[in-house]
Design a protein around this ligand. Structure first.
Ligand code: ASP
Length: 437
């Protein structure tokens, strides 16, 4: 059994957090490969180490003295080292970085040092080996991860060992350091899990998994216990703050379960994400999660006989395409078709689009409705089951919420309703309470 466990910035923020991480790792001997982020914030007002490193580089770039920022960075790691009584020669490491910095260090190398120090310290604390990401995580010349080479190299280097790997960076073909996009340690963890064919990829953060709805809207929402990648994609597309796609792709490809856990509440099972779940208990909870976004505009074109006019919808869509405006949904009627677009993106071209539709299609009438929100109820269990949409629409009706638009994907993984912006929060709450409590 092999678990690859990635610990995010808040789990690495202080000596106290390091202690929690150690307890978690020691509680399960399968946690052999550990991936870590740079130290994150200890409080709301605190700074992430990576942000400070970017700031440090900006100082150098513009010729401003960076001593103050550098000491903030150095002190954080000094503190962790001394509080935990670690054997790492942190002063020598910091002095080496300082001299590199004075000689002109690349931005990517400098900002990668947050993860580098975290991993050095954590490896020492756990009694694991430090395995630098540059020794296996390889980029191709075009800046994309060379998966084949990276997987083979990690397998060779880490098999049978207990190692701590710094997240967020790897090596270009010429050996120079390159960082992934922000939050990239998630990607490193997923790549490591995929390379080593781990039984599970654990992603330890400061929340107990993915919540069924935004806690700023629904009070104390339940955690999603099991979610498929497709559902996750729907929810993140609709605005839920979850892992980005690059971070899940390597483990998804190999069908490795991804478990989101909370370092501050390790007993909580968190959320498990998989391609599919066999032998599911189909209980009353048809909905996996609810998410939504505000500020959409609906452009409705009315033209009698539209439904029998072949190519009409295509001509309308082509006009949107020409202006580079993405159409999110297209509910249609017999003699009308609506295009739902994001208002901020539509602002600069909506009147040109309407003008062009008017000239080319000569419709009876065009209507523009803005301040619309879309809310999606997402759930694999509602597919091909009668009654879910009835229940949802009835609940919204009983609560006086006027539905302005309805859309459902052909896979029946979601039901999307368009409502007035003013009804957005209430819609999320009504859907949540009608299916969850
Ligand atoms: N430290 C990096 C960042 O702040 C990467 C990570 O934490 O995943 O973006």
């Amino acid at each position: 059994m092999l678990k690859v466990a990635k610990f995010g910035g808040s789990s690495m923020a202080s000596a106290g957090q390091f202690r929690k991480v150690k307890d978690i790792i020691e509680a399960d001997p399968a946690r052999k490969v550990i991936v870590v982020s740079a130290a994150g914030k200890r409080s709301r007002e605190d700074h992430k180490l990576t942000d400070l490193l970017y700031l440090c580089h900006a100082h150098i770039k513009y010729g401003v003295d960076c001593d103050g920022v550098f000491s903030m960075i150095a002190d954080r790691y000094r503190e962790i080292c001394s509080e935990l009584g670690l054997g790492v020669d942190i002063e020598a490491e910091l002095a080496a970085l300082r001299s590199e910095l004075d000689q002109g260090i690349s931005q990517d190398k400098l900002v990668s040092r947050g993860e580098y120090f975290s991993a050095k310290l954590m490896a020492d604390y756990l009694g694991y080996d430090f395995l630098d990401a540059v020794s296996w995580l390889r980029f191709s010349f075009d800046g994309t991860v060379n998966k084949e080479e990276s997987y083979a190299e990690l397998e060779r280097l880490a098999s049978g060992r207990r190692v701590v790997i710094p997240g967020f960076y790897g090596a270009m073909p010429d050996g120079s350091i390159k960082v992934l996009s922000r939050g990239g340690s998630d990607v490193t963890g997923a790549l490591a899990a995929a390379a080593l064919n781990a039984d599970v990829y654990e992603n330890w953060t400061d929340v107990s998994g993915i919540l069924m709805a935004d806690p700023r809207i629904v009070e104390n929402p339940d955690t999603i216990e099991h979610i498929t990648y497709n559902e996750l994609r729907e929810l993140s597309y609709m605005g839920a703050q979850v892992l980005h796609e690059g971070a899940v792709f390597p483990v998804r490809e190999k069908n490795i379960p991804l478990n989101i856990r909370n370092t501050n509440a390790p007993e909580h099972p968190g959320t498990v994400i998989m391609e599919s779940f066999e032998d599911e208990v189909i209980n009353e909870r048809f909905i996996t999660g609810i998410a939504g976004k505000k500020d959409f505009t609906i452009v409705t074109v009315y033209k009698s006989g539209m439904s029998s006019q072949i190519g009409c919808l295509r001509s309308i869509l082509e006009i949107f395409e020409k202006h580079g405006l993405s159409v999110e949904y297209t509910p249609t009627g017999i003699d009308s078709a609506s295009m739902v677009v994001a208002s901020d993106k539509a602002a600069k071209c909506i009147y040109s689009i309407v003008g062009e539709i008017q000239r080319t299609l000569k419709p009876d009438h065009i209507e523009i409705t803005d301040k619309i929100s879309v809310v999606a109820a997402v759930g694999r269990k509602m597919a091909f089951k009668p009654g879910t949409s009835g229940r949802l629409f009835a609940a919204l009706g009983q609560n006086g919420i006027n539905i302005r638009m309805i859309s459902q994907g052909p896979d029946e993984l979601n039901i999307i309703v368009g409502v007035n912006n003013d009804d957005f929060e209430n819609t999320v709450r009504v859907i949540y309470h009608s299916f969850v409590k």
